[in-house]
Write a protein that binds this ligand. Structure first.
Ligand code: ZN
Length: 406
């Protein structure tokens, strides 16, 4: 990469890069040997595009927030009261009241989000990240709503029955149920939910499978399952992940990765996922989010008890008190999501270190990240506030630099 890529281009070197206009080769601290293929470089044009894409996305953040808040306020002012009165007058069954109420609230929210979601799709197509047709996009939207209804309505129903049966301690049972449901969903998602959106086939490549098995054996574990998925049917971006618990545990590699990356880099990405597996990151994530949720339910329990006493509702399960439940849970979720993201970034750093020490080496991992940054239009330097607020992974440039320093 020419020095200008970091000097005179729109790409601003970040504070922790070496002074002057460092070339990327210097950044990673090594140069390719004469007989080896050239190592991937951060492409200045792709990085400028990534920054523009991220900048646009940031401008949309307050719009999304305002839409959600506006919807909630409008619901509270104009829908909540008449709807509860109508349900109480016309629907005898409490269960049916809850289901109709929640279905309408959820559907309304989805409708309000729709324009921004659709605009997000046009942006992804415009930047060349999505190859999905409107038809396929619409089908995913409908499937997503169906999954939300099939999972969300029984959960809402369960929560309201808990609140009706145990008005003082429902928050504790809700917290424990949250743990149970999360474990169950983590187990079932790879086999029941994700196949609704992508195809998964066992990954078999004679040369690579042996290398992946060797990485797993070095970790003292066997590969629970390595799957290939057809990400390319919808996106040009590459990805890989670890999902499932117990018998559904698997490492998934996107075809967008498998078809364009050298073997060493695929093994490096696999090693990162193996790091998550070895560190038990899925279980740790489940326990942390369950503990945080328990606190959220406790807080909601206290606020609802106070509201019930003050406003004369029949109890926490009174649908008239629903806006207070949303207010507390959404507010608590907003405040605690940076904490959960910080926890997730720690796990990612640890998995990166694992990949560097247990994979084919730092260069292969840094090269895979470089290729990913170019391909996925990953913002190399997102502002600190955005990382703190919403990044589950460290910014990609920091990861490349860290891998290169090993
Ligand atoms: Zn990871």
């Amino acid at each position: 990469m020419p020095a200008a890529a970091w000097g005179g281009s729109p790409i601003r070197p970040c504070a922790w890069l070496p002074a002057g206009p460092p070339s990327y080769a210097r950044l990673v601290g090594m140069t390719a040997a004469a007989d080896s293929p050239p190592r991937p470089q951060l492409d200045p044009e792709r990085m400028a595009l990534a920054r523009a894409y991220a900048r646009e996305g940031r401008r949309l953040l307050p719009i999304g927030l305002a839409l959600s808040a506006g919807y909630f306020i409008a619901w509270w002012l104009w829908v909540q009261g008449p709807l509860v009165a109508w349900l109480e007058a016309n629907v005898a069954s409490f269960s049916l009241q809850v289901v109709v109420f929640m279905a309408l609230f959820g559907l309304g929210g989805a409708l309000v989000d729709l324009p921004l979601d659709a605009y997000g799709h046009t942006r992804a197509v415009r930047y060349g990240l999505s190859v999905q047709t409107w038809r396929s996009w619409g089908a995913d939207l409908v499937k997503g709503l169906a999954v939300a209804a099939v999972l969300g309505l029984p959960l809402a129903l369960g929560l309201y029955h808990l609140m009706a049966a145990a008005p003082a301690t429902w928050w504790l049972w809700a917290g424990l149920c949250y743990l149970g449901v999360t474990v169950l969903l983590a187990q079932l998602a790879p086999v029941l939910i994700m196949p609704l959106f992508y195809k998964f086939t066992p990954y078999e490549d004679a040369a690579l499978t042996n290398r992946l098995a060797a990485v797993a054996a070095a970790a003292g574990t066997r590969v629970a399952g390595v799957f290939r998925t057809n990400l390319s049917s919808k996106t040009t971006a590459a990805n890989a992940w670890l999902s499932g618990l117990g018998r559904t545990r698997r490492i998934v590699l996107g075809d967008t990765l498998l078809e364009h990356y050298p073997d060493d880099e695929i093994v490096a990405v696999f090693s990162h996922e193996m790091g998550h597996h070895v560190h038990n990151d899925l279980w740790r994530g489940i326990f942390i989010s369950s503990a945080v949720s328990l606190v959220g339910f406790w807080l909601a329990g206290q606020v609802l008890a106070a509201v019930v006493a003050y406003a004369g509702y029949t109890g926490p399960a009174d649908l008239a008190a629903f806006p207070f439940l949303v207010l507390v849970l959404a507010g608590f979720g907003f405040v605690t999501s940076p904490l959960l993201n910080a926890f997730s970034r720690r796990q990612e750093w640890a998995a990166d270190r694992y990949a560097v020490t247990h994979g084919p080496g730092p260069a292969a991992f840094a090269d895979a990240l470089t290729r990913l940054a170019n391909q996925n239009l990953a913002d190399p330097e997102p502002p600190a506030w955005q990382v703190w607020l919403s990044y589950s992974h460290p910014p990609i440039l920091q990861r490349i630099v860290a891998a290169s320093r090993q």
